[in-house]
Design a protein around this ligand. Structure first.
Ligand code: DX5
Ligand code: ZN
Length: 218
């Protein structure tokens, strides 16, 4: 499968959101990654429903919602109603993960689970068959433009191995510090969705940076 590129709106210029969303519309981006932070699960607050509504008004590509919030079950329905394509919840935030994953699917969204850098891939063993996607955090969640953690390559390979027999079509998304220096190795390890914030939006030509990530071969 060809890999997907999901530029992270967290790194966009919020005062020029329409411009940046239209840039993504006209680029080779596949999805738009939407990071929701609550100041509890992670030490930062980003944005929520009003911003999603504004983005949706212009977005022509699926919105990939990444919930970095405690007790995400409270908001799944609202994100689905606002037009989320996929919803990612954190393993670390969900004591009844199986129930949460079922709820996301019943709402008609793709169900995805994120694991923080300290969380072993093996903990996904009994849920991986139910998932559309696993998101491997390659930084500690909460902020854009952090340094990529190299152990993520191993983590991605472990997730791919776990999924091999029970869910061969699983998408593996990697999020944090992704750029043209690590993309090929991430894809080779088994990732097939690259989230990129800073490396896209701080590039002189963001659409060209997206094309470059889309054209990475391995
Ligand atoms: C981090 C977020 C990421 C972030 C990635 O907590 O989940 O999606 O936007 O940004 P970069 O690519 O700048 O590390
Ligand atoms: Zn994210």
């Amino acid at each position: 499968m060809n890999h997907l590129i999901a530029p992270s709106i967290l790194a966009a210029d919020f005062a020029n959101m329409q411009r940046d969303v239209e840039m993504m519309n006209n680029s080779r981006a596949d999805w738009m990654h939407f990071d929701v932070m609550d100041g509890m699960f992670v030490p930062n607050i980003s944005f929520g429903f009003p911003v999603l509504k504004a983005v949706k008004k212009y977005a022509l590509k699926p919105i990939d919602v990444h919930l970095m919030i405690v007790d995400p079950d409270r908001y799944l329905k609202a994100f689905a109603e606002e037009g989320a394509y996929s919803i990612t919840v954190h393993y670390e935030a969900c004591p009844h993960l199986h129930r949460t994953v079922q709820a996301i699917k019943e709402l008609g969204c793709k169900a995805s689970v994120a694991i923080n850098p300290h969380t072993p891939a093996l903990l996904l063993k009994d849920i991986i068959a139910q998932l559309d996607m696993v998101l491997v955090m390659s930084v500690n969640p909460g902020f854009g433009a952090q340094k990529f953690i190299p152990h993520s390559y191993t983590k991605i390979a472990e997730v791919r191995e776990l999924a091999k027999n029970v869910n061969p079509g699983l998408l593996i998304e990697v999020d944090g510090g992704v750029d043209d220096t690590n993309a090929a190795q991430l894809l080779a390890a088994g990732a097939n969705v690259l989230v990129a914030g800073n490396s896209v939006f701080s590039a002189p030509n963001p659409a060209a940076a997206i094309t470059a990530l889309k054209q990475v071969t391995y």
